[in-house]
Write a protein that binds this ligand. Structure first.
Ligand code: DNO
Length: 359
């Protein structure tokens, strides 16, 4: 297992590589070329510069989160083939530089959604929170403004203000796209990119929908056991896998995280491990990573990953804002560093208690 930390790049993150280097157990970062819009080819030199910058800081570039998928591909418009070609070139450029993990999502228009980016807790920290009744009572436009006003000045993936200008046309693009169509479009994309992934050993790790249900009447399909199993079976390549994000899948009470890990054994290429405090369906707060702070049994989750033979990259996920830190919401240094050491500690205890048999 390799413990990683998400890093958005030096102009897009309050956290530095030097700080990440000092978190015990963290071997590398998961990063991206944040300024490149979805659909553009990632030039080999840009990737190589990013990799060198990270290696010079004593860390490894363990994967990309995200190479975003253009809405033409998700909606299945006639322009999709051009964007798929660009995506293939990016995969090849990454693969040639030895970067073999790509996290992406297939959520129409947006990415993850929270109704409050700084919900106060009794311990004096703030967390991100979700209230379905708020989403039900707000327009996508107002949601946009709210997300951007509360983001401490950072651009949030999927909520870029320039998207606001084309929001109507984006919704229009998906007018006839129901969940079946979206699934077909995902399959079309995956079938087109798998040959290049297989050639370079690049693992695609789709991120689940967060929250795990449709929002603003846009379909969402990577949200439960059945849908994920169907996606993996339909494109049955070892390079077609998932990001197992506990905080996303765990928003839905029907998802048994431990059972899903066992079922998707071998196809989990990347894990985002974090905790939530869930209330009734559609209402939750994010929490610190330890089991005692939220609703999930983090030991059971890590043990399930270990038992499945998981040997990939894990990263702590959203943290609380603590100790006065101001950062990109969910992505400060302090609480995620606590999360990383906690998860590393759980893993060490599991490894020592249940040694894997030598092959
Ligand atoms: C949220 C993240 C997501 C994730 C994308 C992957 O914090 O987990 O934004 O990076 O959905 O494309």
């Amino acid at each position: 297992m390799k413990m990683a930390f998400r890093w958005f790049g030096k102009n897009h993150d309050s956290v530095t590589l030097q700080q990440i280097r000092q978190i015990p157990g963290v071997k590398g970062v998961i990063s991206t070329l944040y300024d490149l819009p979805a659909g553009e080819v990632w030039p080999a030199e840009r990737i190589s510069d990013l990799k060198s910058e990270i290696e010079e800081a004593g860390l490894q570039l363990l994967g990309i989160e995200s190479v975003n998928v253009h809405d033409a591909i998700k909606a299945g418009t006639p322009e999709r083939d051009k964007y798929i070609e660009n995506y293939i070139t990016t995969i090849r450029n990454l693969g040639q530089l030895g970067i073999n993990l790509i996290c992406y999502n297939f959520m129409p228009v947006f990415d993850w959604l929270r109704t409050d980016l700084a919900h106060p807790r009794s311990d004096g920290s703030t967390v991100m929170a979700y209230r379905q009744d708020v989403v039900d009572g707000i327009s996508p436009e107002n949601m946009f403004s709210q997300m951007n006003n509360d983001s401490n000045g950072y651009l949030l993936p999927g909520w870029e203000p320039k998207k606001m200008d084309i929001l109507k046309s984006l919704f229009e693009l998906y007018r006839d796209v129901d969940s079946e169509k979206l699934f077909d479009n995902l399959v079309y994309f995956l079938k087109a990119i798998m040959p290049v992934c297989e050639e370079f050993g690049v693992k695609m790790a789709i991120h689940p929908d967060d929250p795990a249900w449709p929002i603003f009447e846009l379909p969402r399909i990577i949200n439960n056991r059945e849908n994920i199993a169907r996606m993996l079976a339909t494109v049955d390549s070892p390079c077609n896998g998932i990001t197992f994000c506990t905080g996303s899948l765990g928003t839905s009470p029907g998802n048994s995280l431990v059972d899903m890990i066992a079922e998707f054994k071998g196809r989990i290429h990347f894990a985002h491990v974090r905790n939530l405090k869930t209330y009734s369906h559609g209402f939750f707060d994010e929490a610190a990573h330890p089991s005692s702070d939220g609703s999930f049994d983090m030991f059971a989750i890590m043990k399930a990953l270990y038992d499945s033979g998981f040997d990939g990259v894990i990263r702590p996920d959203h943290g609380r804002a603590i100790w006065g830190e101001v950062s990109r919401p969910g992505y400060g240094l302090y609480d995620r560093a606590l999360g990383a050491t906690y998860l590393t500690g759980l893993w060490e205890a599991i490894e020592k208690s249940y040694p894997r048999k030598e092959k």
